[in-house]
Design a protein around this ligand. Structure first.
Ligand code: DAT
Ligand code: MG
Length: 139
């Protein structure tokens, strides 16, 4: 089934100049870019986006990190793209993410309280619809 997912190149990825490399991998996999926009997140937008993590020990450092610079917000489309992009991204912890994945090839642990792992990808159809609505209300 053709789906859409919300992908973010987080501030570490944008700051390190990896936006193009990450978009390249999404396109090389065969997914279509529907929207791409460089945005500065706000605490209000992040509270909505990371609703499920509010109150967790890493929430405050996560927000601080996500406010540290611009984020590239992307909507991508394709057959099973939600699962497919999660597979391209690799597991949450960049130290153990498999080589070949975005996090595994390009990410590493930094001496911070939050995992700086380059990308976000929606984890279900419900999350994708909710997150696309937060970042791209016009879509
Ligand atoms: P994912 O981004 O793989 O979907 P998640 O939704 O569980 O992971 O967490 C959101 C982000 O929060 C994640 O990308 C990095 C950070 N994070 C998650 N668990 C963490 C932890 N135990 N310590 C530090 N940061 C964490
Ligand atoms: Mg998540």
């Amino acid at each position: 089934m053709t789906e859409r997912t919300l992908i973010l190149v987080k501030p570490d990825g944008v700051q390190r100049g990896l936006s193009g490399e990450i978009l390249r991998r999404i396109e090389a996999k065969g997914y279509t870019l529907v929207a791409v926009e460089l945005r500065q997140a706000t605490p209000e937008l992040l509270a909505q986006h990371y609703e499920e993590h509010v109150g967790k020990p890493f929430y405050e450092p996560l927000v601080e990190f996500m406010l540290s610079g611009p984020t590239l917000a992307v909507v991508a489309e394709g057959e099973r793209v939600i699962e497919g992009f999660r597979s391209l991204a690799g597991v949450t912890d960049p130290t153990t993410a498999a080589p070949g994945t975005i996090r595994g090839d390009l990410g590493r642990q930094w001496p911070t309280k939050v995992l700086q792992n380059l990308v976000h990808g929606s984890d279900s159809e419900e999350s994708a619809a909710r997150e696309i609505g937060i970042w791209f209300p016009a879509l």
